[in-house]
Design a protein around this ligand. Structure first.
Ligand SMILES: Cc1cc2nc3c(=O)[nH]c(=O)nc-3n(C[C@H](O)[C@H](O)[C@H](O)COP(=O)(O)OP(=O)(O)OC[C@H]3O[C@@H](n4cnc5c(N)ncnc54)[C@H](O)[C@@H]3O)c2cc1C
Ligand code: FES
Length: 261
């Protein structure tokens, strides 16, 4: 993990209220899918805290890293108004990656389903790309409320992708779990990875348990320090420790580690 300044290379909308930001990655440590970074936006006092964002892509030849973010409050509004060439203050890569967390047995399995929703889409696009490069032919399932939230420009045509919309305006009508249930995968050896709103993660975890599949989730809690010092991002776990820090012990967890209710 390092703090460094970078330069914005591209900043483009990918769906209503969502942007993709590409920037130069000047340090040697290569970020992996699931890891995140924190960005200080604006001057030192406003907004005060760094904001966490997951990596959505990394091109090792051009050393370009990307995030996909939703304009939701002050920091993301300021970020959406920046321009190519502008400097950004970054701390990262932070947290664990899917490749660190997934067991060797699960990594060796044949079927890999990558489920994404909302601000959890970025890290899952990167994970699908990593799995594709490992020749694992992932199935990417993206859940959105409506078609205008589907990040079409950020999608890779070479990855099998299913779009699910709540209102049926694109792809499958229903949520990602409805899709998995109505297209049963008979292979209990499948691994499901998910990142998105908590109810979606819970649905994926329950579905994985019901069908005997492995499940990994990437959690997103509101964070203060982002490096494990403040205990501001804890989640309840099922083990004897009872709590974990999402920023330091996660954000990727095995679904069974999390106490969901
Ligand atoms: C590990 C991690 C990875 C993340 N990755 C991404 C990403 O790839 N893309 C992306 O768009 N966002 C991501 N987020 C969420 C992002 O950090 C927040 O949206 C951002 O901090 C909002 O800052 P703001 O100043 O614009 O809004 P604020 O004014 O700080 O907040 C506006 C609204 O957003 C809500 N909010 C703030 N933080 C979060 C959060 N962590 N999760 C859900 N809601 C939040 C607030 O409760 C509030 O309702 C991630 C968060 C974490 C912890
Ligand atoms: S945000 Fe401080 S411990 Fe996680």
């Amino acid at each position: 993990m390092q703090q460094f300044f970078s330069q914005i290379q591209n900043l483009n909308p990918v769906a209503t209220g969502y942007f993709r930001l590409d920037f130069h990655w000047p340090i040697d440590e290569v970020p992996r899918a699931g890891q995140f970074l924190t960005i200080r936006v604006g001057d030192v006092s406003s907004p005060l805290l760094r904001r966490p964002f997951a990596l959505s892509a990394f091109d090792s030849s051009s050393r370009t890293a990307s995030i996909i973010f939703q304009k939701i409050g002050k920091a993301t509004e300021l970020l959406s108004e920046m321009n190519p060439g502008d400097p950004i203050d970054i701390l990262g890569p932070l947290g664990n990656s899917f490749s660190q967390k997934v067991t060797a047995m699960d990594a060796g399995k044949k079927n890999h389903i990558v489920v994404a929703g909302g601000i959890g889409t970025g890290p899952m696009l990167y994970l699908a790309d990593e799995l594709k490069r490992e020749k694992k032919d992932p199935l990417l399932i993206i859940g959105c409320r409506s078609e205008h939230l589907v990040p079409y420009p950020a999608l890779d045509n070479s990855i099998r992708t299913i779009i699910c919309t709540d209102d049926g305006s694109a792809g499958f009508k229903g949520n990602v779990v409805d899709y998995m249930k109505s297209n049963p995968d008979p292979d209990s050896g499948t691994v499901i990875y998910s990142c998105g709103p908590k109810p979606m993660l819970m649905g994926c975890q329950n579905y994985a348990e019901e069908t005997g599949k492995s499940s990994y989730v990437s959690l997103e809690e509101v964070m203060a320090c982002g490096v494990g010092a403040c205990m501001g991002c804890t989640c309840e776990t099922t083990d004897e420790k009872k709590y974990a820090r999402v920023c330091k012990d996660g954000p990727v967890f095995s679904g069974g580690e999390i106490k969901w209710t």
